[in-house]
Design a protein around this ligand. Structure first.
Ligand code: IPM
Ligand code: MN
Length: 368
């Protein structure tokens, strides 16, 4: 049976990096003899502008939810556009998908493939291989907020960090399971701020309680400020991390820099066994839009994670090996935008996948 995916390229560089992820997917389909059916959606800033603009235009139509019901996964490029108020499209699209589909895990691997990409002195590939499990539906992102006397000198603004036992427990259990599956150091670090945000006590208690089901896993709880310090000082001390939505957002950008930049970092927004969404962590980078300069490796890695989710772990492994190999051998030597054309990097990964799968590499056709 064909795998069914929805593709939402979105804004800025989103569509072009998505194209490269799809190129790698098509190559795998051809090599491994499986089919993918895809719906491509036009949603994002341009579509909203064309249908009435901020406040009036279509962000996501209601019809999308019944389309999604028929899918296995969603592949998303990037959302965000300077013509809109910050967060409007991000919450209207990315946030909506995360909340309505209850994608309660945001899974973000942080792995170094070449020492030269790491900004830390004296750290190499063996020192950075961690998996961050970010809670994805609660915390300050839940949308319980408001303003009082807005725009006056007496203005009050609030946004609540909320945590439910159910929400905390399910993501912590997921993280313990991932830690077991990884078979690395069998260590799970809880990252919170329980000393200042006293509500984080619910994370500490749940972490210890669920941990009893996983006697093999060493429990390690730390505050987020200390976590940022250790990530820079001793990244090798991390295996699997579980954390709140907001802290997960922040530490995974730090993690992305340690692996060489946002050009490579991917994430899966997951509800295990249900339709889930995969995306590069980077934003829409409007200044690079349509210039073929963006690095598509993050989107390609997101495609790898999607394949794993839809039951194609061998193909997911091929994608990772291909990307890792190109970086380790410096055939892709930089993750900076503009260092190498976007489509060229997509071609390199697709060819590498062929080589790894035992097919002959295709020479690019000579130009006439
Ligand atoms: C991310 C992004 C989003 C987030 C923004 C766009 C709302 O930074 O996916 O990490 O904060 O979750
Ligand atoms: Mn972020």
């Amino acid at each position: 049976m064909a795998i069914k995916i929805g593709v939402l390229g979105g804004d800025g560089i989103g569509p072009e990096v998505c194209q490269q992820g799809l190129k790698v997917l098509d190559t795998l389909c051809e090599l491994r003899g499986f089919d993918v059916e895809r719906i491509e959606w036009p949603y994002g800033a341009d579509h909203c502008m064309a249908t009435g603009g901020p406040g009036k235009g279509v962000v996501l139509p209601d019809s999308i939810w019944s389309e999604i019901k028929e899918l296995d996964a969603i592949f998303l490029g990037a959302i965000g556009d300077p013509r809109f108020e910050a967060g409007f499209l991000e919450f209207g699209i990315v946030g909506s998908l995360r909340f309505k589909l209850d994608l309660y895990v945001n899974l973000r691997p942080i792995k170094l493939y070449s020492e030269d990409l790491c900004p830390l002195k004296g750290k190499g590939v063996k020192d950075l291989d961690m998996l961050v499990v970010r809670e994805n539906t609660e915390d300050a992102y839940a949308g319980i907020m408001g303003f009082l006397k807005k725009g006056t000198p007496d203005e009050v603004a609030i946004q609540e960090m909320i945590y439910t036992r159910k929400g905390v427990e399910r993501v912590i259990r997921y993280a313990y399971n991932k830690c077991m599956e990884r078979k690395k150091a069998f260590k799970l670090s809880l990252v919170d701020k329980a000393n200042a945000i006293r509500a984080h006590d619910i994370w500490r208690r749940t972490f210890a309680e669920v941990g009893k089901e996983f006697p093999k896993v060493t429990q390690d709880a730390m505050y987020v400020d200390a976590c940022t310090m250790w990530m820079v000082k001793n990244p090798e001390s991390f295996d699997t991390v579980v954390t709140t939505n907001l802290f997960g957002d922040i530490i995974t950008d730090l993690g992305a820099m340690l692996q060489g930049g946002l050009g490579i970092a991917a994430g899966g927004n997951i509800n295990p066994g249900k339709v889930s969404m995969f995306e590069p962590i980077h934003g829409s980078a409007p200044k690079y839009k349509g210039q073929n300069k963006a690095n598509p490796l993050a989107a390609i890695n997101a495609m790898g994670m999607l394949l794993e989710h839809v039951g194609r772990p061998d193909e997911a492994a091929l994608v990772e090996q291909a990307v890792g190999g190109l970086l380790a051998t410096k055939r892709v030597a930089s993750l900076q935008a503009g260092a190498m054309p976007c489509d060229k990097i997509g071609d390199l990964v697709a060819n590498e996948v062929r080589v790894l799968a035992g097919d002959k590499p295709r020479k690019p056709k000579p130009r006439k």
